[in-house]
Design a protein around this ligand. Sequence first.
Ligand code: AMP
Length: 393
Amino acid sequence: MARNVLVLNCGSSSIKYQLVDADTGECAASGIAERIGEKVGSVTHLRDGKTYTYQGRIEDHAAGLDIIRRLFEDSRLELTDAGVVAVGHRVVHGGRRFTDPTVLDDATVAAIDELSVLAPLHNPANVTGIRQARKVFPDVPHVAVFDTAFFRDLPEAAATYAIDREVARKYEVRRYGFHGTSHAYVSGKVAELLDRTDLRQIVLHLGNGASASAVRAGKPVETSMGMTPLEGLVMGSRSGDIDPGVLFHLNRQAGMSVADLDTLLNRRSGMTGLAGVNDFRDLHRLIDEGNTDAALAFDVYCHRVRKYIGAYLAVLGGLDVLTFTAGVGENDALTRAAILRDLEGLGIRLDPARNAAASREPRTISTDGSAVRVMVVPTNEELAIARATVAVI
Ligand code: AMP
């Protein structure tokens, strides 16, 4: 009997979902509900190579889940009959309290809600999704899998911000790290493929959000996201690292409020802020058209990633494998090549033909003689969440 897990990733106006067989990794159906709460929303449901769609107002997350359930029926896959053993929820912030996948009850949901002070942009939507999903699917266990969990044992030297210790303690200011499910899955997959547990790895998760991690023998020792997912690499619409003094300056000189600055750094920065587009396919098109803003945005992006590679090489004291994953990392050979340009001195040699070959499979893209193996490993957060979910129920 298949152990299917319905994996849900609820954002403020979206629900991404997949029905995953936790044992085989097979995905029976997947989809996304978008623009929830807006005038016109949509749900796109994929099953057996066929697309089923809904267009119209989606009042709230409960309505979205109901439409998703109907689309499952339309695609002749009733969720109740599909052997759904649990619902696995992606939750962004687990704080210090949630360091492992957790079976949800009223008390744990309330505790995740309390963590919204640490992740005001993410946890409230996750909690709304959990509450509604528990109503729509009351007969199966619901499990939260946290984006921060993989980084729970980050060394104190990496997790600590150099600010007044009392302030940091009282307000739980420390580096938590995010995209943990992806970094755990990808670094684990690399270790499995190479059949080695002692590897020094750098994982570059380059998607709309972007983060890097340094992993030694399966344990993360550094990561680029911090107290929030805003720190580190340049992202689709987030700035990544920035001198906090910039915020004081903009507050004093431009009269920008905390809310204004939050919007600036989270939504009007990164590639959107620099080039006006956040999708790398659009970015390359603009660069080809001679757009100098887009060219600079690309250079800033690659420069930042290179800086982190250098830093993590030093943190790890050497490097065995560097792996690209997520939307940009898996698909964009140009960006991979620009990031790793002229790094032969660090033992990193990309093979241009291997790098250019498109594939959905894990693969090596460095030369046979490269001291550091460079890989592309497609991430699969849904499968990782499904496996974590069945492990605790
Ligand atoms: P993710 O957040 O992992 O889903 O990544 C989404 C991002 O991946 C998009 O915003 C694009 O920038 C990038 N992306 C997806 N497909 C491609 C592609 N074929 N070539 C370049 N970039 C891509």
